[in-house]
Design a protein around this ligand. Sequence first.
Ligand code: HEC
Length: 140
Amino acid sequence: MAGFVSAEPMQNSRLRGRLIFYVVSGFAVLPLALGGCGQSSVQANRNGGNPDAGVALIQKFGCGTCHTIPGVADADGQVGPPLNAIAKRVYLAGKLRNTPDNMVRWLKDPQAIVPGNAMPNMGISQHQARDIAAYLYTLQ
Ligand code: HEC
């Protein structure tokens, strides 16, 4: 017993230190690895925007008179395409790759992208467009 205590404490504590390191780093890395799947892509698509503010802006600008938009009260318009699963759409208005930056471009100035289409320019600011886009990208 004395031998165990005196001869091996160094080794024991190094081993324990290593074990603790593995366990701790395992816990630290696990959520990152798991979060990497869905969470980070949604976060990247937010582009710094705030989805809750986005819903309020969608209501304020009356997007729902033309679009059906899940999660937005009374948004059941039939003029433009429904925006359910817009996050998965490959092109916006059949023209722009669906990226966060292009979504912002589209919202600010749809007439520059598809002249004469039924979606009007509504004077949406960069900041507002980011918030709206952040909400639209929650529609997977
Ligand atoms: C007066 C009707 C009208 C209003 C108001 C309107 N849109 Fe549109 N929107 C359209 C039409 C029509 C299109 C299709 C344009 C095209 O494909 O050329 C469109 C296209 C879009 C697209 C691309 C959809 C796709 O599948 O390609 C998005 C995103 C969008 N609108 C979001 C919005 C948001 C957000 C608002 C409010 C800020 C809004 N729209 C207001 C009529 C409208």
